[in-house]
Design a protein around this ligand. Structure first.
Ligand code: FMN
Length: 345
């Protein structure tokens, strides 16, 4: 198995193992509306040959935006712009997923309104963030319904897959972590309670998301803090939701400031543990820039797919370039073949 071995799960038929992970461009100028900057960015990555593109954190409701510049999918009017990107990306043989998010206490949108943000408990991320309102049971039900509606719209826009954002200290991740979830009701305390919102969201999404289409979940496998989520607890979370998820995208951190020991591939071990302990397909991500490292991850079955974020920001054509260097016969996009195969008309 190598980078260019196809991968298939449900409707996803990926031409290689490289994923472009969700990365917020923070460039929406209207209320969550998509523009040419998004289009050019995502279609360029598809031209560059990645197997799967996961579009950035897209808010299921206004106060679920990370910033005023984030994409949204809380209104039917958002579907048209998203569909344009889906169609553009498809033209180049990449599959495309959309990441659905609620930012919880890390919402910085609508900055003047001190009552705008919600979270499991009224604890701010740090001094620079607003203190959130403790979300009520009724509001939790509304959030679940927003995810359901968002999934329906993502299907209408033609996405091949959706990824639920359960990582990086946004709302779902805030419920999972004991650092941000101090609730005394059925959503706080033991792991079954902290996972409850996530399961409700996944179950609601399944009501509308076609069963033949893939569903991904991104998790922070550890908070990198002694009192926070540990890898061991994340194994328990995965085991409690894996009947509802096709691929787990394993990241870490983001619930609370922590000093993280960063090095190339620093999260690969988290993916490996979850893949083997829980027997689920995973995506490894985090400071992975080198194709030899990717071969190692895939060859040693430490993940099924590998995401390259900043590396593909720097060089969107890295995948084509690697196929060219290795002499792997891939389908180059249209006229690009002339550049890589030194053909002349
Ligand atoms: C500018 C920027 C925006 C990001 N936006 C998102 C996002 O919308 N959703 C998400 O889950 N992660 C987001 N991330 C995290 C990336 O998906 C990825 O996990 C991280 O960059 C590490 O991978 P890399 O070292 O290959 O870049 C973002 C990272 C950066 C640098």
């Amino acid at each position: 198995m190598n980078v260019f071995t196809p991968y298939e799960i449900k409707n996803l038929k990926l031409k290689n193992r490289i994923v472009f992970p969700p990365m917020d461009l923070y460039c929406s100028k209207g209320e969550g509306v998509l523009n040419d900057e998004h289009y050019v960015h995502y279609v360029s990555r598809a031209v560059g040959g990645v197997g799967l593109i996961i579009m950035e954190a897209t808010a299921v409701v206004q106060n679920g935006r990370i910033s005023d510049q984030c994409l949204g999918i809380w209104d039917d009017s958002h579907v048209e712009g998203l569909k344009r990107v889906v169609d553009g990306v498809r033209n180049y043989g990449a599959a495309i997923a959309l990441q659905l998010n609620h930012a919880g206490r890390k919402c910085r949108a609508n900055g003047d309104d001190l009552n705008y943000t919600v979270a499991p408990s009224p604890i701010s991320f740090d001094d620079t963030y607003r203190v959130p309102k403790e979300i009520s049971k009724k509001e939790i039900d509304e959030v679940v319904a927003h995810f359901r509606e968002a999934a329906k719209r993502a299907d209408q826009a033609g996405f091949d897959a959706i990824e639920i954002h359960g990582a990086h200290g946004y709302l779902i991740s805030e419920f999972l972590s004991p650092l941000s979830n101090k609730r005394m009701d059925e959503y706080g305390g033991n792991i079954d309670n902290r996972v409850r919102l996530l399961r409700e969201v996944l179950e609601a999404v399944h009501e509308v998301w076609p069963s033949h289409k893939a569903l991904l979940l991104r998790l922070s496998a550890t908070d990198h803090l002694p009192e926070g989520m540990t890898l061991e607890e994340t194994v328990q979370v995965v085991n409690r939701v894996k009947d509802l998820v096709d691929i787990f995208h394993i990241s870490s951190g983001g619930v609370q400031q922590a000093s993280i020991h960063l090095f190339p591939g620093y999260q690969i071990g988290l993916s490996e543990t979850i893949k083997h302990r829980c027997q689920v397909p995973t995506i490894a991500v985090g400071l992975i820039k080198d194709f030899d490292v990717i071969e190692e991850i895939l060859g040693n079955e430490r993940a099924d797919l590998v995401a390259m974020g900043r590396a593909l920001f720097r060089n969107p054509y890295a995948v084509l370039q690697k196929a060219f260097e290795k002499g792997i016969p891939i389908e180059y996009p249209g006229i690009y073949e002339e550049a890589f195969l030194d053909k002349l008309r």
